[in-house]
Design a protein around this ligand. Structure first.
Ligand SMILES: NC(=O)c1ccc[n+]([C@@H]2O[C@H](COP(=O)([O-])OP(=O)(O)OC[C@H]3O[C@@H](n4cnc5c(N)ncnc54)[C@H](O)[C@@H]3O)[C@@H](O)[C@H]2O)c1
Length: 366
């Protein structure tokens, strides 16, 4: 959590912050018996109900939890809008230790709070929440998605996310190199977890030259051996002489320290909030002629997956077909950014906001 962001919330007060970020509703949930403390933030419901996962974290302060949920829910609005999905943006955070506090009663009490919003907010998994937790939440509300396949859910969203990231990377390559072929292109993948590993598979299939890193050496060794790619140290990844940097671990890795070190022409990866400061670092990348594929667009495969599950009659094929739209949307955004001399992140937000405004007008007409 950025200290600066927390300070901004303190300075402008809660309503001032909601006005600045454009939120509709924030719900504070408290239950003495189970020790549940949660915040549900509904950013925008113009396109549909607000969908976004629940994150459980031992936040240092309540202010920090509030800042996180406001920032994340706003991001979900843009992600759904740019992906052509009829959903709004929302998110929930639960304050506390996920290892010790999650009991059946605790999760079902949270489910009851979600249910009290009558479908205005739909929850799903996020950091420190598992599909098994969603099963308990589902006992108290039907406004939950991301259920296990055994319960009719869509299963692991990571392959869909990785496919979208791969297509976003190809579209960006088309813009930068004039061809979307990644054959022979040098790609550095940071984080070979669920998404990173599937991404490596796509890249190797297309004969890209791949370097990988991860916090866990066993993961690195396993992926390097399986796909015949090269392993590098965690910090070394920023200095590699590569064409593409793919952040698939944590957010905020594109920042004051790393931008001067990067030698790539493209950044395209799965992590959320890759730019530490959306505005400043978007422009720093432009100055260095590094083209950035907006994260909330190219990592939207997971959202497309849970949305389809929520609609019912889930089909994995349909999900992959919908994820293919990421390629053309990415090209449109990069073209708009060029035309208007703005960062690709700003261009993506502009297109997302335009769709919300246009569809908002359609909705008020009879
Ligand atoms: N899973 C999805 O469908 C999905 C959808 C949208 C966005 N994302 C985002 O994509 C990213 C990857 O998701 P995932 O599901 O693969 O997560 P994951 O936890 O399975 O994998 C992340 C990997 O990054 C590694 N890592 C963490 N910090 C690192 C560091 N400093 N250097 C190198 N490696 C590091 C971890 O050890 C782990 O192996 C996350 O930021 C996630 O929020 C995932």
């Amino acid at each position: 959590m950025e200290v600066k962001e927390v300070e901004k919330v303190k300075e402008s007060g809660i309503f001032g912050t909601l006005a600045r970020l454009g939120h509709e509703q924030v719900v504070f949930c408290h239950d003495e018996a189970t020790g549940l403390k949660a915040i549900i933030a509904i950013h925008n419901t113009v396109l549909g109900p607000a969908l976004g996962g629940t994150r459980m974290w031992s936040y240092a302060t309540e202010q920090e939890a509030l800042t996180d949920v406001l920032r994340l829910s706003r991001g979900m609005t843009f992600k759904a809008a740019i992906s052509g999905i009829n959903l709004g943006g929302g998110k929930a955070v639960i304050i506390g230790d996920a290892k010790t506090m999650k009991t059946e009663a605790f999760l079902r009490r949270f489910g009851k709070f979600v249910n009290s919003l009558n479908g205005k907010y739909i929850t799903a998994e996020d950091v420190n929440m598992k599909t098994s937790d969603m099963e308990y939440i589902n006992m108290e509300t039907r406004y939950v998605t991301g259920l296990p396949e055994s319960m009719g859910g869509g299963g692991d969203p990571s392959p869909v996310t990785a496919y979208g990231v791969y297509l976003g990377m190809k579209a960006t390559a088309k813009k930068v190199f004039g061809t979307d072929s990644l054959a022979g292109k040098r790609v550095a993948v940071q984080g070979v977890g669920q998404v990173g590993m599937h991404l490596v598979e796509h890249l190797v299939k297309e004969e890209a030259k791949v370097w990988i890193t991860d916090l866990f050496e066993d993961k690195v060794k396993a992926v390097a051996a399986q796909y015949g790619v090269k392993a590098v140290g965690q910090d070394e990844i920023y200095d590699l002489d590569v064409d593409i940097y793919a952040p698939c671990a944590l957010g905020a890795t594109v920042n004051d320290d790393t931008i001067p070190r990067l030698k790539c022409s493209i950044i395209a990866g799965a992590a959320n909030n890759q730019l530490k400061d959306e505005l400043k670092h978007g422009y720093m990348l432009m100055d260095r002629s590094i083209t950035y594929a907006p994260d909330f667009l190219i990592n939207a495969g997971g959202l497309i997956n849970v949305y389809n599950e929520y609609l019912g009659n889930y089909s994995r094929n349909r999900v992959f077909t919908q994820a293919e739209k990421i390629y053309n949307t990415c090209l449109s955004i990069l073209t708009l950014a060029d035309q208007e001399k703005i960062s690709s992140q700003e261009a993506a937000i502009k297109l997302a906001e335009k769709r919300i405004a246009d569809i908002g007008l359609v909705k008020v007409r009879h």
